[in-house]
Design a binder for this molecule. Structure first.
Ligand SMILES: [Zn+2]
Length: 410
């Protein structure tokens, strides 16, 4: 494998494109954009359409489509930098042509609004990853967060199983980050394909509901899945989580106001970075090393959650920092082949396997993006989406990015 190719399993930057009009093909104010990712040696990225639950009950699907179109627009504007891909062959071809391979994902199964036809419509357009649940419980799957009502299944419902089976049939990658523990095991039982946990850490190192226990890591690995280790300091380290919480509690932080939630997130990020001590990169390496010890080095990858988190470990502040992570892993004692597997090879193998087993192997999405490039006027404007969901009502705890968490601490 080419040593310059990394695979980031979870990046949230499309909100910046949609809500703030950022062109991610140029330097953006966020943590991820194409110039920095490519400079950092990233060859594939899952571009996530994270749907704020505030869009429920009737706007979640619409919001997901708007984010999806922001991803398409990025690819249409910068065909020399990124190509959206729907299976392993397309990924290989994109990388051989010198492009970053973009894989479209949805975070939060509420985006399909309890409708398998909606899932199929997203697939037909090119969706290849879905994080089944976010921090809000769904009628068909329980989140890892506390506070589920009596109407929420302990794990997954009959419809939840149907979603997993359909994703297998289509050739979509099931993502179990954010899923409750019982849901995690039940999905693994009913999935005929390996799954990933795209952006999580290790519970053994920091007891946080978003992290995976050793048994979960072993079960994921036994099913040939991959865990993407997340960069969020609050998941990686108890002290960092406490430091973040102390900043969140200040009136200075609470009073930060932007033009919409995405703009506010940028202000929160700058404020947090100035006021919380940096997290040494070793704390991230500890999670990677532990996951390798427990799950095996073939089952560990990276899911940064850039632009879904407010800060990252020291030295890894943005997508251009992959060479630093690469060097740190080498210094830690990982073999070159292991570093390549962790940074990209394992996630790539998983994506190829799942998409080749389903309809995705035959489907050629996104061609409409590239068929009329010559007709497109240069510098056409990025469509403006909804101006920032007014999701984070004052008083709600915000632990990462624009993503609100109601109620209990995660
Ligand atoms: Zn997430």
């Amino acid at each position: 494998m080419n040593s310059s190719i990394a695979f980031d399993a979870h990046v949230d930057s499309l909100q910046l494109a949609l809500d703030l009009g950022c062109d991610l093909g140029r330097e953006s104010p966020g943590q991820w954009d194409l110039p920095r990712a490519i400079r950092g040696g990233v060859g594939a990225t899952v571009l996530v359409c994270w749907v704020d639950p505030a869009f429920l009950p009737h706007g979640a699907q619409t919001r997901a489509w708007a984010l999806f179109e922001a991803g398409e627009d990025l690819a249409r504007r910068h065909p020399e930098l990124i190509r959206l891909v729907g299976n392993g062959d397309q990924l290989e071809k994109a990388q051989a042509d010198g492009c970053l391979a973009g894989i479209m994902g949805i975070e939060g199964g509420h985006a399909i609004e309890n409708d398998l036809d909606c899932l199929r419509a997203f697939f037909a357009r090119g969706l290849r990853v879905m994080t089944l649940v976010w921090n809000n419980h769904l009628p068909w799957i329980r989140s890892c967060q506390a506070g589920a009502g009596a109407d929420i299944p302990r794990g997954i419902s009959k419809f939840g199983r149907a979603v997993v089976v359909e994703m297998n049939r289509l050739g979509m990658l099931v993502d179990l980050s954010h899923a409750g523990e019982t849901a995690f095991y039940e999905v693994l039982e009913c999935s005929s394909q390996p799954v990933m946990a795209s952006h999580s850490g290790c519970l053994a190192l920091h007891d946080h509901p978003r992290n995976l226990s050793d048994d979960q890591l072993r079960t994921l690995s036994a099913a040939n899945g991959v865990v993407g280790i997340v960069f969020h300091p609050g998941f990686l380290d108890a002290e960092a989580r406490a430091a973040d919480a102390a900043v969140y509690a200040t009136s200075a932080y609470k009073n930060l106001k932007g033009d919409g939630e995405t703009a506010r997130m940028l202000l929160q990020r700058d404020h947090l970075r100035k006021n919380a001590p940096p997290l040494p990169i070793e704390r991230l390496l500890n999670h990677i090393a532990h996951a390798c010890d427990v799950a095996g080095v073939e089952h560990v990858g990276i899911g940064t959650d850039y632009d879904g988190i407010l800060r990252a470990p020291e030295g890894l502040e943005d997508a251009g920092c992959y060479p630093i992570l690469r060097a740190a892993l080498c210094k830690r004692g990982f073999l070159d082949s292991e570093v390549e597997a962790i940074l990209g090879g394992n996630m790539k193998r998983l994506f190829e396997q799942v998409t080749s087993a389903g309809m995705a192997a035959e489907q050629a999405p996104f061609e409409h993006l590239y068929s009329n490039l010559a007709e497109r006027p240069p510098g056409a404007a990025i469509p403006q989406g909804s101006k920032g969901a007014q999701a984070n009502a004052d008083g709600r705890v915000v632990e990462m990015g624009t993503k609100p968490v109601s109620g209990t601490q995660r």
